[in-house]
Design a protein around this ligand. Structure first.
Ligand code: SAM
Length: 240
């Protein structure tokens, strides 16, 4: 039997008591990792911090080691068949995911971070922004025992064709890209409208700010003239 901790195990839950600016329900993220402290700075700065304070996002971090058995709380072991590295063991990881999914009425959309997964793009990000709950499973070492994937049948997501040391950075990419699309998260100054990878798939136009001249390079005259229609046309024409 797995030693499943009680609901208080989520000691790292990040929610604040500040007043809600919106009546919309928060999107709940659950991040399962062997190194949940890696998320500390990420959750406590800038736009994500404000999104949590505004209760548009709720982030719960879970240490999967809590579900490991024995004195040493072992979570990884050598691969059958030999070879380099360690593999994440099925019993603690499956127990952790099942217990965390059971923490709320909605089990959520379960996604394992893995280089073998489908590559994340903005269309998938937009889809995820419509969810009520997303559970992100972070691998480490050589990755997951295959039976973890067979048992839990998560979606598998890659952030690109390169190998990271762990799924935590990939999970941060997902949380960041998704939360900024939630209504009320970005202020006017940071609007997600008109950004790269919008519905037309295009990239954004060049931006300029003060000073007007930098090392002999000026600003396109049209952006200084105040003719909004002309500026909008220029920006359309200069989408990359
Ligand atoms: N042995 C694996 C391979 O060759 O495909 C790499 C394992 S990697 C060192 C450890 C963990 O980092 C993975 O289980 C996964 O959770 C995460 N990871 C690494 N690269 C990733 C990527 N491009 N996208 C998403 N997660 C990634």
């Amino acid at each position: 039997m797995s030693s499943a901790p009680d609901a208080n195990a989520d000691a790292n839950s990040v929610e604040t008591a500040s007043s809600s600016s919106s009546s919309l329900p928060a999107l709940r993220f659950d991040l399962l990792s062997l190194f949940p402290a890696l998320f500390d700075g990420f959750l406590s700065e800038s736009i994500l911090k404000r999104a949590i304070e505004k209760k548009r996002v709720e982030v719960h971090r879970w240490d999967m080691r809590e579900w490991a058995e024995g004195k040493h709380k072992q979570v990884d072991d050598r691969p059958f068949g030999g070879g380099a590295g360690m593999v994440l063991m099925a019993p603690p990881v499956v127990a952790a995911v099942e217990a965390v999914q059971a923490q709320a009425e909605c089990p959520g959309r379960l996604i394992a971070l893995t280089p073998q997964g489908r590559r994340l793009d903005q269309a998938w990000v937009r889809e995820l922004a419509g969810e009520a709950r997303i559970v992100l499973l972070c691998g480490r070492y050589e990755g997951f025992d295959e039976r973890i994937l067979e048992t839990l049948e998560p979606e598998q997501l890659s952030i690109g064709d390169y190998v990271l040391s762990g799924g935590e950075v990939a999970a941060m990419v997902v949380v960041d890209a998704v939360m900024r699309l939630l209504p009320g998260v970005l202020g006017d100054a940071e609007s997600a409208i008109d950004e790269s990878f919008g519905p037309d798939g295009g990239l954004e136009y060049p931006h300029y700010t003060r000073p007007r001249e930098f090392r002999g390079r000026g600003v396109p005259e049209i952006l200084l003239g105040g003719d909004h229609a002309a500026i909008a046309r220029w920006r359309r024409e200069h989408r990359r």
